[in-house]
Design a protein around this ligand. Structure first.
Ligand SMILES: NC(=O)c1ccc[n+]([C@@H]2O[C@H](COP(=O)([O-])OP(=O)(O)OC[C@H]3O[C@@H](n4cnc5c(N)ncnc54)[C@H](OP(=O)(O)O)[C@@H]3O)[C@@H](O)[C@H]2O)c1
Length: 258
């Protein structure tokens, strides 16, 4: 064959150049002011993407923008409100990828003690926020673009008092599979994190939190609790993986196995 590259390889190389890199692409991260979302925004920017973050708290957005390259943009959007989400997407032009990482602290309780209105409200930001963002955002996604949602290992591994949290996580995985069909060729995937050290656990006092992390670390097969940077790698992977859609990727250090 000498130096001749077979035609099929040439097509593959062109395809990789077009879809595998996020350099120069516009990536929107809803929930990008902190934790997993901010770590993903930083990694996307390092790979040459133009990053737009949105969250509810302007001061946190400003602090996050200080950690992102010049040219990154931030918007205050209340992801529990349809008007706020619709207004944001009206302001934004066409873009390539949408990542949804927004979520707030949940209080866990046994079902017989549940405050039903509160349990319902836990779906607002995590589930309905994502659903609404896709309603208004998907029509603006460019060819070759994708969506990555966020679930949690609680959807795969049940636990006493975790019923509401587990339900939200399982719902996200179902949503991912249906939208992968409905929105095709836009790819729709989901990351399923286990324990991650972020502000999500700040409602615990520091001693309780550190004890929880230490117990989790000693039980997990990987022997440590992830930082948000570990999980960010998986969002970037799914943005770049052109053959994955409808996938919910578990990144839990082995939590569901123990
Ligand atoms: N950390 C874990 O152990 C873990 C495990 C499994 C799954 N997860 C999931 O991963 C996702 C990210 O969590 P994280 O750990 O990165 O938490 P985090 O550090 O607390 O970040 C949550 C993000 O959501 C934003 N947010 C919350 N309410 C909002 C609202 N009403 N409108 C707009 N933005 C809002 C926050 O921004 P503002 O405060 O600026 O509004 C922040 O940017 C969540 O869905 C969580 O359930 C986390």
């Amino acid at each position: 064959m000498g130096g001749v590259i077979p035609e099929i390889c040439v097509i593959k190389l062109i395809n990789m150049n077009n879809t595998n890199s996020i350099s120069g692409k516009t990536v929107i991260i809803l929930g990008g002011s902190a934790g997993i979302g901010l770590a993903t925004a930083k990694l996307a920017a390092q790979e040459g993407a133009r990053v737009i973050i949105a969250s509810g708290n302007q001061a946190r957005i400003d602090a996050a923008l200080q950690q992102l390259p010049a040219g990154s943009q931030g918007y205050a959007v209340d992801l529990s409100k349809e008007e706020s989400i619709a207004g944001f997407f009206k302001t934004i032009g066409a873009f390539d990828h949408l990542i949804y990482t927004a979520g707030e602290n949940l209080s866990l309780s046994p079902i017989v003690e549940a405050d039903i209105e509160k349990a319902r409200s836990f779906f607002n930001v995590r589930y309905w926020g994502a659903y609404t963002a896709i309603k208004y955002g998907a029509p603006k996604i460019k060819q070759g673009g994708s969506i990555v949602l966020t679930s949690g290992a609680a959807g795969r591994r049940g636990g006493a008092s975790w019923s509401a949290a587990s339900s939200i996580c399982a719902a996200m995985e179902g949503l991912t599979r249906s939208l992968a069909i409905e929105l095709a060729p836009i790819r729709v995937n989901c990351i399923v994190p286990g324990f991650v050290k972020t502000n999500l656990w700040d409602y615990l006092d520091s001693e309780t939190r550190e004890t929880m992390y230490a117990n989790a670390a000693s039980a997990l097969p990987v022997k440590y609790v992830a930082g948000p940077e570990d999980i960010a790698l998986s969002y970037i992977y799914l943005l770049k993986q052109p053959y994955s859609t409808g996938e919910s990727l578990l990144v839990d250090g082995g939590h569901v196995l123990i």
